[in-house]
Design a binder for this molecule. Sequence first.
Ligand code: GAR
Length: 217
Amino acid sequence: MAQQKRIIVLVSGGGTNLQALIDAESRGELGCGKITCVIASKPGVYALERAKQHGIPTRVIERKQYVSVEAYTDAMLEALDAEQADLIVYAGFMTIVDERICKAYPNRMINVHPALIPSFCGKGYYGLRVHEAALQKGVKVTGATVHFVTEVCDGGPIISQKAVAVLPGDTPETLQRRVMEEAEWKLLPEAVRLFCEDQLFVLDGVVMRKEDMNGGW
Ligand code: GAR
């Protein structure tokens, strides 16, 4: 039986992925995981309101209060340590931190990205921009990816992916909504559950599930 895990969720905006995690936890679908703190990179974002409505402690660590990425990372490391983080989830977290965070929590940080990595990812691809780029390219299928965070932007081991159709007449906003509804809000809680139940392993940069390994991997 896996031990209880303290999940810290990092946010910068509306927090619909945070909501999906909160809802999954309240349905008992995060396994041994419990969301114990939400950290926002900006004050006043709606994600903080969602956390408060569910009695989850919050912190704000605002980039502009710090002189450098290093100083910001120091503050984040201190907070994560104080919160005794077992798992850190980037749920629409848009602020740059340095690689010391990944080094401190190897294969213990999960990000959700609104495209099928390696498409439309890396520096400059975040939020609506990802969907704008997908529409500009004219892809007929896009989707979402959940992966472990490494020092390579959007380059860490992939946990799960789901394809979503691009439909005629889509705008970045309609496509974003469909990708969230059909992919992100399902994939992220499921990946968190698998992590919390000690089901995920990374071998040579590839994520495998314990159940698959038992089946002869
Ligand atoms: C989500 O679509 C998430 O995948 C994306 O930002 C949105 C946050 O929405 N993240 C990235 O683009 C990271 N590269 P939310 O605040 O409603 O969860």
